[in-house]
Design a protein around this ligand. Structure first.
Ligand SMILES: [Mg+2]
Length: 180
């Protein structure tokens, strides 16, 4: 088993951007941002970027402080369809330094046995290192897959996309590091 520092895989939409909250009810502590990342522009083929309506993103600057505290124990990695653009658009708002990111294949195909498309790629990326994964789209199929295909300990922690990351989520991440 690889004994490297644990990894913290961080999704953007859901944990950091609670996109599933009611549009007129921005959760407390969040600020509104309008962004045109490449991934968003790509969803509007045929329109020049200036004509594309920006994506509305809610972000909570306090998340940056909570995540930075965890970097004592974890190596943080973006695990999001924003890929490297999380460093351009998300990290500065949260006060995070540029982070490494998982470079998914360009075509996103569902995983085996009902697993989320990210799961097998994260197992590959982790290469046996312990990891926590914060995401709003993982479930028990993914936990089962990781248990069967990943050598080290792992915590797959679901975050509610209606509210985003909360104190209890950061506590769960810190607690996991203590068990290693
Ligand atoms: Mg998500």
């Amino acid at each position: 088993m690889n004994t490297g520092r644990p990894l913290l895989y961080l999704d953007v939409d859901g944990p950091l951007n609670p996109y599933a909250a009611k549009p007129e009810r921005r959760p407390e502590g969040y600020t509104t941002h309008r962004m045109k990342p490449e991934g968003w522009l790509a969803q509007h083929p045929g329109l020049p970027p200036s004509r594309v309506r920006p994506l509305r993103v809610w972000l909570n600057p306090s998340h940056g402080q909570s995540l930075l505290k965890l970097t004592d124990r974890y190596d943080m990695v973006w695990a999001t369809t924003w890929r490297n653009e999380a460093n351009t658009f998300i990290a500065p708002v949260l006060g995070l330094p540029p982070l490494p990111f998982v470079d998914w294949p360009t075509t996103l195909t569902p995983g085996p046995n009902g697993t989320f498309w990210k799961t097998r790629h994260l197992v590959n990326h982790a290469g046996g290192r312990p990891f926590v994964w914060l995401d709003d789209e993982l479930d028990d199929n993914d936990r089962e897959f990781v248990a069967g295909h990943h050598e080290g300990p792992a915590l797959l922690h679901w975050v509610d996309p209606r509210v985003g990351l909360r104190e209890r989520d950061f506590e769960a991440v810190a607690d996991f590091a203590r068990t290693l």
